[in-house]
Ligand binder design. Structure first.
Ligand code: ADP
Ligand code: MG
Length: 258
């Protein structure tokens, strides 16, 4: 290849914004020569590298935008520890198909059993599947909605919260909602209904959501929309950390525990 051709190739790759492979061009050329690739194989290698790098950057950016409170992955989740969790269902959810179909996911269970872990891990998997995700705790969500309402910007805020294809609301039910907050949450659920997905974790089963929202009728209306197209994961058993401590002999047995 003449210097002129090489210079034109570099210039045109830059114009095409193939910026990820540009610094690797020399290496790709010599590797391809060494591997005796034909034209199609070489082009495939070049384009695949650019795509892989873009995808990696997209996932990293998506994880940043999601604002996860911690790094948790499905690989780290010990399914044997929590046999009440259907590993097959979780792996199916991790494909992101439920987001493409605007379905919801509800994860119930007592404290410490891995609800947030699964929510974050599924969120990451959904980003890897190519969808935008936002993570927020129920408390922060309601504070943001209440603030937006008092600033006269509720619609704007609701629209912003519906930008991501998946909104993860963690820890619903730990604190009961005030009446106004319950109505704001209803508006969010109604806005997303059948358009984009919600993943909600809660320590309270649906039968107790009347207490959470301080209103049985409103709770029923919220649950009706949430559960219409949804997958539920109910985790039973005790806290993962307590169980680990018990195993290590740091606590008494379940009966002796406070
Ligand atoms: P929850 O949200 O249900 O209160 P978390 O998801 O915060 O519980 O879990 C508490 C801690 O235990 C976290 O550090 C989490 O990563 C870990 N954990 C819980 N369950 C498992 C599990 N089955 N395998 C691995 N780690 C787990
Ligand atoms: Mg949690």
């Amino acid at each position: 290849m003449s210097d002129l051709t090489y210079a034109r190739l570099v210039e045109n790759l830059a114009k095409l914004r193939m910026n990820n492979i540009l610094p690797r061009l020399d290496a790709i050329l010599s590797e391809s020569a060494k591997d005796e690739l034909n034209f199609v194989q070489f082009l495939d290698r070049l384009v695949s590298e650019e795509f892989a790098a873009r995808r990696h950057k997209g996932v990293t950016m998506g994880i940043k935008i999601a604002h996860f409170p911690a790094v948790k992955t499905l690989e780290e989740f010990d399914f044997k520890f929590q046999p009440s969790v259907d590993a097959r269902l979780i792996r199916e959810l991790a494909t992101g198909r439920f987001v493409a179909n605007a379905e919801n996911v509800l994860i119930f269970g007592p404290p410490g059993v891995g609800k947030s872990h699964l929510a974050i891990a599924l969120g990451r998997a959904v980003i890897e599947a190519g969808h935008a995700v936002q993570f927020i705790t129920a408390t922060a969500l309601l504070a943001a909605l209440a603030r937006a309402e008092s600033d006269g910007k509720l619609d704007e805020r609701l629209t912003a919260l519906c930008k991501g294809k998946l909104l993860i609301v963690d820890e619903l039910g730990y604190l009961p909602f005030e009446k106004r907050s319950a109505h704001l949450f209803f508006q969010l659920v109604a806005k997303r209904y059948e358009k984009c997905s919600l993943l909600i974790t809660s320590n309270k089963l649906p039968a107790h959501w009347g207490e959470v929202f301080g209103d049985d009728v409103l709770a029923a209306a919220i649950l009706d929309r949430l559960m219409h197209h949804s997958h539920s994961v109910t985790i039973k058993g005790e806290s993962y950390r307590l169980k680990l401590k018990r195993k290590a002999g740091l606590l008494g047995d379940a009966q002796g525990a406070p």
